[in-house]
Design a protein around this ligand. Structure first.
Ligand code: HEC
Ligand code: HEC
Length: 321
């Protein structure tokens, strides 16, 4: 018996040492840096690209990057991030040469959007990476960020230094890694193939699946359909008051998903945040500039996504919070 205890004691000792070693490693190394991928591109700005880029930035960047105090993309404390991650600030991405991205090359901005790696090699945390977005959509975003719009107006305030918690540092030293640069050009499916276009919008352009699958921690950025509970909701997010808002089931399950909705109800919910059950709360974005073709393509694609029964609070599942 005593021998068993001695072995257990030894094992515990080794475990404690390993944890302590890991803790000091994470403490010292902080946010890791990576080799910046070799990549070059020059993006041609056209009025069409700038207009399209404005729509994409409004849908997918503004909520995090527009500071309500300055009215431009100068960055802010992310108030809807769980406190366990520490204090994380979105960066100043205005055209300011010194403190925004005014002096970044197009290739540097694209690399950041694709992989999360900055020109200095530091991995940017919490910032989503747009792995499956088409080259043209990425180019439109860059064209908009270079344009003369109120949001991009040079703001001379430096980005706030990050204050990541131990947990954040541990995550970025273990499971959270930069995405690879795409190995080929990514094009948007043709509009006549509504299902393929819908899939593209859900996984590539707007990343609906990111919020609407089970949990950010089990999402698969490279192969989105392999995310746990793909599009079946249940991801516990926070609003700006740090109250839990659970994402909803977008599969066609008639009881807990959208199986009993009409395409018009769906378009209304996605564009204006009005669901048949009432208004939708932040962080559900309002895709007010979504075209009819986009709304019906997403709807067509959702008909093909495997149904999952997953009740969320609006189905009366409050006990699972
Ligand atoms: C969930 C919030 C969130 C969203 C959505 C988001 N970002 Fe970010 N972004 C961040 C955070 C946080 C950082 C800073 C991360 C760091 O310093 O580690 C950042 C950093 C950046 C940087 C690097 C700037 C620098 O100086 O390091 C760029 C460029 C950028 N974001 C552009 C975008 C664009 C363009 C979009 C939309 C397509 C977008 N972001 C969407 C949170 C977000
Ligand atoms: C930043 C996270 C986020 C993203 C991205 C997102 N959603 Fe949502 N969505 C939510 C949250 C949170 C709710 C629940 C809001 C509430 O409870 O009031 C929601 C609710 C919905 C609803 C209402 C469903 C119901 O049963 O009432 C629909 C429809 C919807 N989202 C569709 C989409 C589509 C389509 C996309 C992509 C174009 C998308 N969402 C992108 C977070 C997100």
């Amino acid at each position: 018996m005593k021998k068993v205890f001695r072995i257990l004691g030894l094992l515990l000792g080794v475990f404690v040492l390993a944890v302590a070693g890991f803790a000091s490693y994470v403490g010292i190394s902080g946010i890791p840096s990576y080799q910046v991928p070799a990549y070059s591109t020059t993006i041609v700005s056209t009025p069409e690209r700038v207009a399209h880029g404005e729509k994409l930035v409004a849908a997918s960047c503004a909520d995090c990057h527009v500071d309500p105090k300055t009215g431009n993309l100068s960055g802010q404390l992310l108030r809807d991030l769980p406190k366990e991650f520490g204090n994380i600030y979105s960066a100043n991405i205005t055209r300011d040469q010194a403190h925004g991205i005014g002096s970044w090359t197009d290739a540097q901005v694209v690399t950041l959007l694709r992989t999360g790696i900055g020109p200095d090699g530091r991995f940017r945390i919490i910032m989503p990476s747009f792995v499956h977005m088409s080259d043209d959509d990425v180019a439109s975003i860059v064209a908009f960020l270079r344009s003369d719009h109120n949001w991009t107006k040079a703001n001379p305030a430096p980005s706030h230094a990050q204050e990541p918690s131990f947990l954040s540092k541990a995550l970025v030293n273990t499971v959270m890694k930069p995405a690879p640069m795409p190995s080929a050009i990514i094009t948007e499916p043709v509009p006549t193939d509504a299902v393929a276009l819908g899939r593209y919008l859900v996984v590539g352009r707007y990343k609906c699946y990111d919020c609407h699958s089970a949990d950010f921690k089990t999402n698969n950025n490279l192969e989105p359909e392999k995310s746990e509970g793909y599009l079946a909701g249940g991801n516990k997010m926070l609003n700006l008051q740090q109250q839990t808002v659970v994402t909803r089931n977008l599969t066609m399950d008639p009881e807990t998903g959208l199986g009993d909705w009409t395409p018009e109800q769906f378009a209304q919910a996605v564009r204006f945040g009005m669901s048949p059950h009432g208004p939708l709360a932040y962080p559900m974005p309002k895709y007010s500039r979504l075209t009819d073709a986009e709304a019906s393509a997403i709807w067509a694609y959702l008909q093909k996504v495997p149904k999952i029964k997953n009740a969320t609070p609006e189905d009366g599942a409050t006990a699972r919070l």
